[in-house]
Design a protein. Structure first.
Length: 270
């Protein structure tokens, strides 16, 4: 299927693929074995497979956010969205807690800094950003990794967001069609693959809790945000023939069956 932004994708491939292949994937996967298991082609696993939501986020920014606006990326990891936004003229700050990764992410930090992205190594829940406020804050495929309630993190995001700012959010849909069918007909857990969980050191850094639609709505309402747009991400078919067929079918169904939720929210001022 044809990609949006092919020039950006190719630029990412040229910059990220060599560094990802040279990364210490066993150290990166110490607390999440899936990175070690998929070390043969990390660009395909971390970038190409997720391109559907990267496209959606970049498209939303280009349609709705003026260039030079300030953006905070929480949980940079591999800096795909920070790079895309920086190349488009946004002023990006990216944060990541490097404690779990040793020096494995050093190449990603260098790439970010080389592309005019301000990088901060902090725990966003425990530390402050000197009162800085941002026009947009991204929490993209991060919240499913945290070890407990997102309440404190969402409160911090609300504090750091400008009064007219927007909160950009992506989370995997636990009830996506392939998960429903796997559980119903194959007895396959909707949780992460048990091999990845079992072989990871404690604490596990994979997906602790994915979300269904009602939980996304509850979380935003209780965190004093107003959802201005609630959409989904339809992933492009990949994997085995059966997985491709299920993905295609799921993409024709309502958003409750799609692979992820894509939310734009603003602060509730009351």
């Amino acid at each position: 299927m044809k990609k949006k932004f092919p020039d950006h994708f190719n630029k990412l491939k040229n910059i990220l693929e060599p560094e990802l292949r040279n990364m210490d994937m066993s150290r990166l996967g110490k607390y999440n074995f899936s990175y070690t298991k998929n070390s043969d082609d990390p660009f395909a696993y971390m970038v190409n497979a997720e391109w559907s939501y990267y496209e959606k986020v970049l498209s939303w920014y280009l349609d709705n956010v003026p260039k030079k606006s300030t953006v905070l990326e929480i949980g940079m990891f591999v800096p795909v969205i920070p790079l895309l936004l920086s190349w488009e003229g946004y002023k990006v700050t990216a944060i990541e807690n490097l404690n779990f990764y040793g020096k494995a992410l050093d190449p990603m930090v260098k790439i970010a800094k080389d592309n005019d992205i301000e990088f901060l190594n902090i725990d966003i829940i425990e530390e402050d950003l000197d009162g800085n406020k941002f026009d947009c804050i991204n929490l993209l495929a991060v919240i499913e990794h945290i070890l407990g309630s997102p309440k404190a993190l969402l409160s911090k995001i609300r504090f750091m967001l400008n009064e007219s700012g927007r909160f950009v959010f992506v989370v995997p849909n636990q009830a996506r069609l392939i998960r429903r069918l796997g559980l119903m007909f194959g007895g396959i857990s909707v949780l992460p693959e048990y091999e990845d969980y079992y072989k990871s050191d404690y604490p596990f850094e994979g997906h602790h809790r994915e979300y269904v639609l009602s939980e996304v709505k509850y979380m935003f309402a209780k965190s004093n945000f107003i959802i201005t747009s609630l959409d989904s991400v339809k992933y492009k078919p990949h994997g085995s023939l059966l997985k491709k067929i299920i993905t295609i079918i799921g993409n024709f169904l309502p958003k409750q069956f799609h692979q992820a939720f894509f939310v734009i929210a603003k602060k509730n001022k009351y």
